[in-house]
Ligand binder design. Structure first.
Ligand code: 48N
Length: 308
């Protein structure tokens, strides 16, 4: 039996006097099919096993990674894209503290959606397939989320990349060379982000670990864990102090970040805005070309380790 025809009354206050109250015809065949629609059967434990089996298989696989990238912002994701595409044989783990990766690249600046990148950063947009409007010395992506979602989807499609989001790096694994006393970073210490944020009020929540010969830290300059790795290097006296990010100077900041992307201590490469905290570089504000090209540079530095 088909349901009765539905009469839709327009709200007279906001619409011109309707010529006649719109009456939906009796449901069509298409509407009727929903009456008999149903999903295939499933048991709750099947869903749980489908998730946990895969997650723990990934934890096992990436417990020994070739590269760990800390922070899935615009720099970290750009790094991951170049690395994963260049070396499909490398196991790349991305650790992102937030539930949603992307860092500060979901908006172009403050609350504005368009994203600016100064040339020649558009070459990376061409590589990833992000459309843009071209101006004389810069390009504009119509929505920052278009850049970030496109890059993120491409990174996640690589079979040699695993993103562990809602997971924080809360320490670094280190080794000291007995002969030279030189400290080397050899992996990361991880925990659920919420756990990492509550060690002060709930003790004895031990972490997990990932061993890797190369760690690339792109943890940005703000947020609860901003500039995490370089601050940790100072607190363990592996580097003397941080230069501290300087005031906004778009022209000098972007060149400096790209030129200075490098290995800070053996085994730890730093890129993106985390670097501005190390060297006392200026900040650049709402322009993202340096983030993607710093990511390219960080990936190239890591590739040198594996290209021997
Ligand atoms: O977007 P961010 O913060 O960092 P970058 O360097 O990729 O991009 C910076 C860029 O968004 C700007 O700040 C722009 C250019 N503005 C500059 C300016 O002058 O104001 O991404 C860092 C990501 C975030 O998603 C964090 O959640 C994550 O890193 N993160 C961590 N993830 C895991 N473990 C940690 N310890 C950690 N710390 C930060």
């Amino acid at each position: 039996m088909s349901p009765p025809a539905v009469t839709v009354e327009r709200p007279h206050a906001y619409a011109p006097e309707p010529k006649s109250a719109k009456t939906l015809s009796a449901p069509s065949e298409a509407a009727h099919k929903w009456d008999t629609f149903t999903f295939d059967p499933i048991r709750e434990s099947t869903v749980s096993r489908a998730m946990t089996k895969r997650y723990f298989a990934d934890l096992d696989k990436y417990a020994e990674s070739d590269v760990v990238i800390v922070g899935a912002g615009s720099c970290g994701l750009s790094t991951a894209y170049v690395l994963a595409k260049s070396r499909p044989d490398l196991k790349i783990a991305i650790i992102e503290a937030g539930v949603s990766p992307g860092g500060g690249a979901w908006l172009g600046g403050q609350l504005f959606s368009a994203m600016v990148m100064r040339k020649p950063a558009q070459t990376f947009l061409d590589e990833v397939g992000v459309p843009y409007e071209e101006e004389d010395t810069y390009v504009v992506v119509k929505h920052a989320a278009l850049f970030t979602s496109t890059l993120l989807s491409k990174v996640l499609l690589f079979p040699n990349v695993k993103l562990f989001n809602a997971t924080a790096v809360e320490d670094l694994i280190t080794r000291v060379d007995p002969a030279t006393g030189e400290l080397r970073v050899a992996g990361v210490v991880t925990n659920w982000t919420l756990v990492s944020m509550h060690h002060d009020d709930q003790s004895c929540m031990d972490p997990n670990t990932i061993n890797a010969p190369v760690v690339i830290s792109t943890t940005g300059h703000d947020g609860p864990f901003g500039a995490f790795s370089v601050k940790r290097l100072v607190s363990m006296a592996a580097i003397e102090k941080l230069g501290g990010m300087r005031g906004l100077d778009m022209k000098t900041a972007e060149d400096a970040i790209v030129k200075r992307t490098r290995e800070i201590v053996p085994g730890l490469i730093v890129g993106g805005m985390e670097l501005s905290e190390v060297d006392g570089a200026n900040r650049m504000g709402p322009t993202f070309g340096a983030m993607v090209l710093s990511g390219v540079r960080a990936a190239e530095s890591a590739l040198q380790v594996f290209d021997v």
